[in-house]
Design a protein around this ligand. Structure first.
Ligand code: F6P
Ligand code: MN
Length: 311
């Protein structure tokens, strides 16, 4: 076949990148699950005919429904042993027979409260070749996120480049960006947390960004905000420790580790202000951490401000 006809589909890309078959089928199934999630979001909550019964009799909240959809798809692969989700109090061991060499952590519908106001939301997934879901992020075998926005896009890495796919009208994920790289510095910033609750060193960092002409870009949805940094070439996202939430708001296992893995694979960096996010040993499933993530230079500058140093 001539190179003009080489498929740009997700499965083909996974195979061309020599991704382990088990890992590839997990990533592919996340893509399949995301189509059902899109369908539920577009129609389910409006109560249109034939939608509420797709996954059970009851009309479920969208984030719970997204969790059920992904859980079922992953179970069917026979590749997943242990599964943990931001929507569940405890992890789950899948009973199905199969090689089951992987464990998966998910935030099924990040930013779900934004669906009502029609802003972008997303799914975040981390995959470990392990029996357990409690691992340092450095041990991830792969990570994926899906953005449900004007377009549905899926971004994945298995440690060998970061790739973006866009869902087309035939229901296929088609490659739209490959080997995505962040610039070492870029003037976009995205900040969570109430300023009145922030510690002085963090405020000094924000003042630095503002007096150096950084553009504010914050949607209130972590996936969309990180996706913006990744595809616009860099910048910084932070959700800091505050006096109210001394460990910040975002979850280490479900949100920060997969995103830190993707950002590091794109040449960026993620820190809790003191150490790399990917090196933090989790002590509990629902652990939270402050986060500074994006282009290397901005994250290192943030670390300096937090130590009380000047730039
Ligand atoms: O999952 C938590 C989340 O919804 C993220 O998507 C987002 O970054 C953050 O919370 C927004 O928090 P806040 O409303 O405090 O800015
Ligand atoms: Mn979330």
């Amino acid at each position: 076949m001539s190179s003009r006809h080489v498929s740009k589909g997700l499965w083909n890309n996974l195979m061309r990148n020599n991704v382990d078959l088990g890992l590839a089928s997990i990533i592919y199934e996340i893509g399949v699950a995301s189509k059902y999630i899109v369908h539920a979001m577009r129609t389910g909550d409006l109560g249109l005919a034939g939608t509420s019964n797709l996954y059970g009799e009851q009309q479920l909240a969208l984030d719970v429904l997204a969790n059920e959809i992904i859980k079922d798809r992953l179970d069917h692969t026979g590749q997943v042993k242990c599964f943990a989700s931001e929507e569940m109090d405890n992890f789950l061991i899948f009973e199905r027979k199969g090689p089951k060499q992987f464990s998966v952590v998910i935030d099924p519908l990040d930013g779900s409260s934004l669906v009502d106001v029609n802003l972008s939301v997303g799914t975040i997934v981390g995959i470990y070749k392990s029996d357990s879901v409690i691992n340092i992020g450095r041990n991830l075998s792969g990570a994926v996120y899906v953005v449900y926005g004007p377009r549905t896009t899926l971004v994945y890495s298995t440690g060998n480049g970061v790739f973006e796919f866009t869902l087309n009208s035939l229901g296929e994920f088609v490659l739209t960006a490959e080997n995505i790289q962040l610039k070492s510095s870029h003037k976009i910033y995205s900040i969570g947390g109430l300023r009145s609750q922030c510690y002085d060193n963090h405020i000094r960092f924000l003042n630095y960004l503002e007096s150096n002409s950084y553009k504010l870009r914050y949607s209130g949805g972590f996936v969309a905000d990180i996706n913006q940094l990744l595809l616009k070439g860099g910048g910084i996202f932070t959700y800091p420790a505050t006096k109210k939430d001394t460990n910040g708001k975002l979850r280490l296992l479900f949100e920060l580790n997969p995103m830190a893995y993707l950002i590091e694979n794109a040449g960026g960096f993620a820190s809790n202000g003191e150490m790399p996010i990917l090196d933090i040993q989790p002590e509990s499933i629902d652990q939270r951490e402050p986060v500074y993530i994006g282009s290397k230079e901005e994250v290192l500058i943030a670390e300096k401000f937090l130590k009380g140093e000047s730039i």
